[in-house]
Design a protein around this ligand. Sequence first.
Ligand code: ADP
Ligand code: MG
Length: 648
Amino acid sequence: MVSDTPLIELRGIRRRYGGQNGAPEVEVLHGIDLRIAAGEFVAIVGSSGSGKSTLMNLLGCLDRPSAGSYHFAGHDVAELDADQLAWLRREAFGFVFQGYHLIATESACENVEVPALYAGMSADERRQRASALLTRLGLGERLDYRPGQLSGGQQQRVSIARALMNGGRIILADEPTGALDSHSGREVMILLRELAAAGHTVILITHDREVAAQAQRVIEIRDGAIIGDSGAQPNPAALPAPRFDGMSVHGAGWSALGEVLRSAWRVMLLNRFRTALTLLGIVIGVASVIVMLAIGLGTKQKVLAQMASMGATTLYLYAAQPPEGGPWGVLSEGDLEALGRLPEIDLFTPVIGNPRMVQYGNASRDIYVFASNEQLPAIQHWPVAEGRFFTAAEDQDLAPVVVLGHKARKFFFRDEPNPLGKQLLIGEAPFEVIGVMAEKGRESGADYYDEMVFIPYAAGRARVYQDISEPEYAALTAASTDQVQAAETATRELLLARHGREDFQVDNAAAKVQAEAETQDSMTRMLGLIAAVSLLVGGIGVMNVMLMTVRERTREIGVRMATGARQRDILRQFLGEAVLVTLVGGSIGVLVGLIGGAALLVAGVPLIFSLSAMLLAFACAVGTGLLFGYLPAKTAAALDPVAALASE
Ligand code: ADP
Ligand code: MG
């Protein structure tokens, strides 16, 4: 039964081209009937244009007939889908082309390994088998040569080794000697004869009758029809047909991923300049996303620190000239007390602050002497670092006590471990140091407070500011952060009622800080958007280069398909290349972003790197690669193998 089923059986095969887009339909094969048994050495001979290559593409399952049936080992090939056809090509066929069709970027050994890659053979096994085959064909010394470094005859032997890599039960050789000198041509023919003797089915296509005569069976084709057949010659040593029940259409699997990245890496290196330019887009995109987000975060942090130090509830109240003109207003202590009783207002202090000569020992300096009540630390959210702040009682009793700002302490008491209890001269009056405030620092945006000294309001009025009778301004806090606006309104209404005119000004510092924080947020969003756009542009660059690559390597794609690559193998390969470019670009981008950010940091720009921003930028880059690499990869995977092989 098995021996009755021919390996290959064609019935009424026709192949027509054209017929669409107004092109006239041409029939190239006019009903071919052909049976070939396993182990035969067949030559198909005919003049150029007679349809030999068309027939071979059909036999090799690279192409489908327009009409007629093709049974392979009893199975109707028309019923197989693309992945199953790829399996059949891998398992059954080995192609040898007139133009060798080796992948120029890969070594001889790697070229031979390609079919096994798609069959899922392990890397070690692949390498071993490929080098054994090449050695058998006399190329043991040339394993790592690129096709360009080999002669025509050697390249053809590499392609024969490739055809044998997965077993090559059926060798389809299209004009294998056509491009070779007579000596190399003879060697190739000897090889094919040996393979036939070893049980391989060899189908040799040639226009040369002398070459054809070396086969056991000669089939003559003219104008798309068989006009002569010398008859089948059974081969007792024939290799069996592949078992369809063992058909595996699973992908080459993750083991091939390393191979995908390796060959992608090589393509990148070979096109260094182009790759570098493509990378540049991604690098700039990723680096700017990182730096922009870091700047945004840094500035926001600064605003937040400012908010914390100023308090997000602080209002300032100044005397002013009313808009309608007239004398300047006066803030009285009575006004403040009335304000303090408003439910929207929590704390308040009158303030007088002017530069005065302050002296300790030999050190003296004109500094701001800040007179307020005992609420100041609470209003400013500002702790005392050493000693204590003055009390309400001390304020009432006109106690001559002073609390130093951080820098003022450094100035007057650089070498003294404990300034508490020491006497400072403010103007003419002696004040005892009872505390030192914590450092506000630069990032608070209010480090001018660090230079000041702080005295009780009443003592200040009595001992330093005898000439000033009313508070210069007042600091108030709203009862809560969401009552800031209400507190401002209540303050205005109260003072308007008390003064009868708008001879004051309320400065809503809290609202300003909040507004600044919001501006900052929208700035960050803007910068982030710009950076994202540059990443997008980088992605388009990747797509552009990938489309170019696919076009340049169309024939390589054809070769890979002929040797059994599934569409998804091709998809994966080109997607792998796109992702590798963005992976490398993303890594360099992160590095450049860090370096650029560090430089800005040194230049005094507040910025905070965040790991999540870096991961985000990196992920975006790789995502861009996947997104923009998909279309070119899909294009590559959808190529028709015959057309791809025929491309320049
Ligand atoms: P051979 O290999 O015997 O020289 P081919 O099989 O390559 O011949 O081509 C046979 C005929 O089919 C030629 O006339 C050729 O022009 C035509 N042909 C081949 N491929 C195509 C195609 N893709 N579209 C249109 N015509 C084609
Ligand atoms: Mg041809």
